[in-house]
Design a protein around this ligand. Structure first.
Ligand code: AP5
Length: 216
């Protein structure tokens, strides 16, 4: 099947962004990420206030704001796509059901302590978006982007306190989607605790399997 439509599910720090880049490179699909879209518009006034007011506390941005971003991105994606960070609750999943067909929902499984280590150690490039980790994937020069030479920053919501809140929000709001997609026969669990290369190896097999089965 060409143009796969993939929904990458997993808690904060599971590696959705890291693995989405592999999916985009391999399948040539669009990367639809509500987190990046919201970060680029953190201080834009909406009917519900600024996205920053929710994001910096680790809370979900109200559904209408996020749904609008996704509908526009889906309209632009004429091939397939990989959804990263959306949907995050049942009402978003039901909204998505009305606007797109999904081929497979890989779930990146990673334990809580590892998630905290990954998120509190993450550093990002504000210019080109490259992502690093101080221990697992450091840049060649400390705090300098290998790709474009800019100074790396820590995301405002990657402090330990906010990370713990994001994980609670995930458990309460997003984890129920596992059952939602299991019931539809779309969920495929992937061990997300190996190296990024090992995770990609397993994720790719999972995607290929699902597409071979669903595409015939
Ligand atoms: P968003 O940006 O979507 O963040 P998230 O879901 O919390 O996910 P992350 O980007 O933190 O983690 P990731 O899984 O992409 O991991 P990554 O690959 O970077 O959302 C941020 C906020 O926006 C939300 O809190 C909310 O306020 C709002 N928002 C977004 N979408 C929304 C929606 N739909 N509804 C409402 N609000 C919404 O990896 C993490 C780190 O680990 C990196 O340092 C990386 O180098 C490292 N790493 C990755 N893989 C491995 C590995 N295999 N081994 C070791 N290290 C690894």
């Amino acid at each position: 099947m060409s143009n796969p439509r993939i929904l990458l599910l997993g808690p904060p720090g599971a590696g959705k962004g890291t693995q989405s880049r592999n999916v985009v490179e391999t399948y040539g699909v669009d990367h639809i990420t509500t987190g990046d879209a919201l970060r680029a518009n953190k201080d834009v006034e909406t009917d519900y206030g600024k996205p920053r007011e929710y994001m910096d506390k680790g809370e979900l941005v109200p559904d209408p704001v996020v749904n609008e971003i996704v509908v526009a991105a889906l309209e632009d994606a004429d091939g397939g796509f990989v959804l990263d960070g959306y949907p995050r609750n049942l009402s978003q999943a039901e909204f998505l059901d009305e606007h797109a067909t999904i081929d497979v929902v890989p779930l990146l499984d990673v334990g809580r302590e590892e998630l905290i280590r990954r998120l509190t150690g993450r550093r990002v490039c504000p210019e080109c978006g490259a992502t690093y980790h101080v221990a697992f994937d450091p840049p060649e020069t400390t705090d300098v982007c290998d790709e474009c030479g800019s100074a790396l920053i820590q995301r405002d919501d990657d402090t330990e306190e906010t990370v713990r809140e994001r994980l609670s929000v995930y458990e309460e709001n997003t984890a129920p989607l596992i059952e939602f997609y299991e019931e539809r026969g779309l969920l495929a669990r992937v061990d997300g605790e190996g190296t990024p290369e090992e995770v990609w190896h397993d994720l790719r097999l999972t995607i290929e399997d699902a597409l071979a089965t669903g595409g015939q």
